[in-house]
Ligand binder design. Structure first.
Ligand SMILES: NC(=O)NCCC[C@H](N)C(=O)O
Length: 407
C-alpha cells in the first residue's frame, strides 16, 4: 500500500498500533513519573480495552485496510544482522548513560526477537544482571513519527523515557519494506532538538500544525518545518501551547473530527489569541507571520469555515476533567467518524449537539462487523472503554500512527 497522509480525517487505510504487553506491568509506583505514567496500569484490562478499540477500526476500515502491530514490524525489521547492528549502534550512542557498550557483544548475539524484548522490557534472561527501565509508552505509537504527504517526520523525543522508541522507529523506517518507498523522504532533526508526533497535525496536504509544547523545542519545530516545506507543505502553523504535563502535545488539546470540525480544549485553544505563527518559504528563507488565533489561521489557510467543539462542554470543571482524560484527543477513522474514551460524556454530549450520532463500541461493532461500513454523509462519535489506557495519559489519537489515508 502506498504510504500517504494528507489530512487528519481521510478514510483510514493503514495504521500502526501497539497493544500493550508485559512492559506496562514492569512500571512500579516509584518509577511511574520517570516513565511518564500517572498511575500503574493493569495489563490484562489495558490489553482488552486496546483490542476492543482495534475491533472498531476493523469494522470501519475498508476490507483491504491494514492494522499493523508495531512489535510485529520491529520483529521483521530486526530479522537481519545488518539491521540489528545498526540498531545496537544507535542505542549505544543515543543512550550513553546505560553503558550498553559494555554488553555490545551480548546484544549482537541476540536474535531479533530477544533483542526486541530486551529493548521493550529492559531485560532479557540471555543477558543476566543487566537491567534498564521498560518502555511502557510504546502504547502511544503516534509520538514516534508522522507521515505527512509522502514523507515521514521522525520524532526526537524530549524525554529520556521515550528515546528507545525513537531508535526503534528509525531502524524500522530504514529496514522494513513497508517504508521502502518513503524512507528516502525521512525528515530528521538534529541531536540537541526535540519533536514528538503528538505535536504534528496534518490539516491538509498544504497546511501542517506543530505544537510548541513541553516536548517540541523551538529549533526542533523550525528544522522540522524546513523539512516539511521541502516536501510540498506550504504553511506550517506553529501553535504555542502550555508547557505542562496535562497538555504535553498539541493533540491532547486539539484534534480534527471532520474536514470542518475540531474538538478543542477551550482554555488552551479557543480563548487563546496571538498564539499562532504561520511559517512559509520565500526565496529560500522561512517567513513568519503572526495570526490572531488558531481558528482564524486555519480558516484562512484551508479556505473553509471551521467549528471548534468544546472538549468537556461549556463548564470549566468538565473541560479540565475531560481534557485530563483525553476528551480532546479523538481519532478520526473517516471524516466525521471518530472514536474517543467513553468516560468523556460531556464531550460526547457536545458532539451530539453538533449533529453526531453517538454509538458505543458494542453497538458500532454489532452493526458493522460483517456489513461494509460506508462513512459517506455520516457523523458518528464512537465511545470505547479506556479506564486503564487513559492512566498512561493518552487517548485514541495518541495510540494510533496512520500511515495511509484516502486523500
Ligand atoms: N500524543 C500524545 O499525547 N501521546 C501521549 C503520550 C503519553 C506518554 N505517557 C508521555 O507522557 O509521553
Amino acid at each position: 500500500m502506498k504510504l500517504s497522509v494528507t489530512s487528519e480525517t481521510g478514510l483510514l487505510k493503514s495504521v500502526i498500533v501497539h497493544t500493550p504487553g508485559k512492559e506496562v506491568s514492569l512500571v512500579n509506583p516509584e518509577l511511574k513519573d520517570e516513565l511518564l505514567f500517572d498511575d500503574i496500569i493493569f495489563e490484562s484490562d489495558a490489553r482488552k480495552e486496546h483490542l476492543e478499540m482495534l475491533k472498531i477500526f476493523k469494522a470501519a476500515m475498508p476490507a483491504d485496510g491494514e492494522i499493523h502491530e508495531i512489535t510485529d514490524l520491529f520483529g521483521q525489521a530486526l530479522d537481519t544482522e545488518d539491521a540489528r547492528g545498526y540498531f545496537i549502534e544507535k542505542l549505544i550512542t543515543r543512550m550513553p548513560e546505560e553503558n550498553l557498550k559494555a554488553i555490545e557483544q551480548n546484544l549482537l548475539a541476540l536474535s531479533g526477537g530477544e533483542l526486541l524484548r530486551f529493548v521493550i522490557d529492559g531485560a532479557t534472561p540471555s543477558i543476566p544482571n543487566f537491567n534498564m527501565h521498560p518502555t511502557p509508552n510504546l502504547l502511544f505509537t503516534r509520538d514516534l513519527a508522522a507521515v505527512v504527504n509522502e514523507s515521514i517526520l521522525l520524532s526526537r523525543p524530549a524525554k529520556k523515557a521515550r528515546v528507545r522508541e525513537a531508535v526503534l522507529m528509525e531502524t524500522l523506517i530504514k529496514f522494513h519494506p513497508l517504508f521502502a518507498d518513503i524512507k528516502e523522504k525521512t525528515i530528521k532533526i538534529s541531536d540537541q532538538e526535540s519533536i514528538e508526533g503528538g505535536d504534528v497535525l496534518v490539516a491538509s496536504d498544504k497546511v501542517v500544525l506543530i505544537g510548541m509544547s513541553e516536548r517540541t523545542s523551538f529549533s526542533g519545530l523550525m528544522n522540522a518545518t524546513e523539512g516539511l516545506l521541502q516536501q510540498g507543505v506550504e504553511h506550517v502553523l506553529a501553535v504555542d501551547i502550555p508547557k505542562q504535563r496535562s497538555s504535553m502535545h498539541l493533540d491532547t488539546i486539539f484534534t480534527f473530527a471532520s474536514e470542518n470540525e475540531c474538538v478543542a480544549f477551550p482554555p488552551a485553544i479557543t480563548v487563546r489569541s496571538n498564539n499562532v505563527v504561520a511559517l512559509r518559504s520565500q526565496n529560500g528563507s522561512i517567513i513568519s507571520e503572526s495570526k490572531p488565533s488558531l481558528k482564524t489561521a486555519l480558516e484562512e489557510l484551508l479556505d473553509r469555515d471551521l467549528t471548534f467543539i468544546n472538549c468537556g462542554g461549556n463548564q470549566r470543571t468538565n473541560q479540565f476533567r475531560e481534557q485530563w482524560t483525553d476528551g480532546a484527543n479523538v481519532f478520526a477513522i473517516a471524516p466525521g467518524i471518530i472514536v474517543g474514551y467513553e468516560r468523556n460524556t460531556n464531550t460526547f454530549n457536545e458532539l451530539k449537539e453538533h449533529g453526531y450520532q453517538l454509538m458505543n463500541q458494542y453497538e458500532f461493532i454489532e452493526e458493522y462487523h460483517d456489513t461494509p461500513f460506508d462513512p459517506t454523509g455520516k457523523k458518528i462519535a464512537i465511545s470505547f472503554l479506556g479506564h486503564e489506557l487513559c492512566r498512561g495519559r493518552g487517548g485514541a489519537r495518541c495510540m494510533t500512527m496512520p500511515i495511509a489515508r484516502e486523500s
